[in-house]
Design a protein around this ligand. Sequence first.
Ligand SMILES: [Zn+2]
Length: 311
Amino acid sequence: MAGWGTFGDQNGTRANKGWVEENGVPCFVFSDQPTRVRFLTQDITTEDIMSQKKISREEAEDHIHTKLSQDVWIFPKSYWEHSIPSIPNKRFFSTVHCDGKSRCELCAENDVAKGNGVSENKLLPFSVRRRFAIPVWVYDLKMVLYVRGAEGFFNDVATYIGKHGSAIDFDIFKKGKGFDTTYHSIFDGKSEEILPEGLHVISPRELSFSIPHDEIRRRVDGGPAKEESKSAPKSELKNEPDPKPEAKVETRAAEPETKVESKEFTIPFGTHKGKTFDQLVKDGNGEYIKFIAENSAGEVQKKAKEFLGIA
Ligand SMILES: [Zn+2]
């Protein structure tokens, strides 16, 4: 394999066909088209460890979870991720890996909101969710990529691997768009192809999607990825938002016009920045309007109260 350590730089994310780089780790990008993959896990059972090490079931399970699974891919690695709300006309919903233990800079911003009385995860500026990652062999690309996903997606896969072992293939794909996106796998049967020898796989212990501070800020505040503005031909930049209006959107001080009806009013900050109250209600986040009405100030609070009919 022409080493995948040679592409891209360490800053930011470079989009490629079928994958994206995160902290130097090539990550699988789901598309509507099913992609055939094999999960690069080893089939090690509790019973194997019990007889190998002559230890009890409890000790064997403990050994697998705390030691072995750090060095060998037995099941997906879990990690934390912050959700970054979308900015309309600027960028989509984004995410950032969270170091959890050491508390990252977005955790720190969440703490400020908590200090102001926000107690629900989903109402935090950068809500946290548990994610999982695992290496796969992607047949089309002839590459090892890391698939990231929620527990539900991997539970489906686990059902088949538990039954047939790891040497099986799946077609993985997504359905829908934006917040309605769902991720799926179809069991394809026993792997027919022999994988290349000596595949380079990052150990679970070493796998990390931590990105530099600058890139975290870029995702939070919006703006094009460095590589895109640097290397993409001009013709491909046509669909990129014009940098000038962008700068305007970024100005937090821009007060909404008082003439705007509360219905059309867009929230200028926080988790649901850029959304109208109507959209929030539609998305099932109506509680947030109440939260704003009670906890914010000025025009925003006024509009929220108007919308709720408690002005
Ligand atoms: Zn964090």
